[in-house]
Design a protein around this ligand. Structure first.
Ligand code: GLN
Length: 244
């Protein structure tokens, strides 16, 4: 199949509430990198009270505890459907607060536990410090073998079972500032603390997610044609290892 005959559907979960620190840039990147190749994108927002539809890729951004509370209640209603979507190979990308809700729960400091939808075998508890700053993550599944971004969270996330980290922090704190892990992956579910937004500065990861979403839709591996990523990768390399 030629790229101009391809299509992916993207479901954006609760953008009116979880869209902190420019996380919308991830959607713009996915859309643009498809558009530049002639791949059609069917994009839909899924807000409070909206039904959740079958999508090849779901995205959820970050937010403050207050917005997370509202989203957690709504997201939990769709736990079974989204779990079946995960098991059918749909791609999920959750950033920070959205990532935390992909786990079993997020326990804020002085409020009741927010139940997550357990797409990831992980849990999050509020920490005493706020982790704010640049992050570089060493990864082993893509080239370049780094991801760069910006973290701003007090939640400490711990991974269990078959849920593995995206990579190991070489600058920054990552999941909990202790075990050197950053982010999480189980099947095609990805979580990360990297705002920035993440994908514009990590085009290799953006294309990886698009290829997984195409594989979900068409049932076969599809290698994307290369784009001129010289500017994006120059930006990426300028941030690798940079704390400030
Ligand atoms: N409220 C969560 C925390 O502070 C998530 C913050 C965010 O999404 N940036 O850990």
């Amino acid at each position: 199949m030629e790229e101009k005959d391809l299509k992916i559907s993207i479901g954006h979960l609760y953008p009116h509430l979880l869209n902190l620190y420019g996380d919308m840039g991830n959607i713009l990147t996915l859309k643009k990198r498809c558009e530049w190749r002639g791949i059609e994108v069917e994009y839909s927002e899924i807000n409070i009270s909206d039904p959740i539809k079958d999508c090849n890729l779901y995205f959820i951004g970050g937010g403050q505890d207050r917005q997370q509370e509202d989203v957690a209640k709504e997201l939990y209603k769709h736990k079974d459907f989204l779990t079946s979507q995960r098991d059918l190979g749909s791609v999920f990308l959750g950033i920070c607060g959205g990532y935390q809700l992909f786990g079993h729960y997020y326990q804020p400091f002085d409020k009741e536990k927010l139940l997550g939808i357990s797409l990831l075998d992980a849990y999050t508890v509020a920490g005493n410090n706020r982790f704010i700053g640049n992050v570089t993550v060493d990864i082993d599944f893509l080239e370049p073998n780094t991801l760069v971004g910006f973290e701003n969270h007090s939640g400490l996330t711990y991974l269990c079972g078959d849920t593995k980290p995206l990579g190991l922090v070489n600058v920054g704190n990552g999941n909990n500032g202790k075990d050197k892990t950053e982010g999480a992956r189980y099947k095609n579910v990805f979580g990360t603390y990297l705002h920035g937004s993440l994908l514009p500065k990590n085009p290799h990861f953006a294309d990886y997610l698009i290829e997984l979403a195409l594989e979900k839709r068409y049932g076969q591996k599809i290698k994307l044609s290369p784009l001129d990523d010289s500017m994006e990768l120059d930006t990426h390399r300028s941030l690798v290892g940079k704390a400030y």
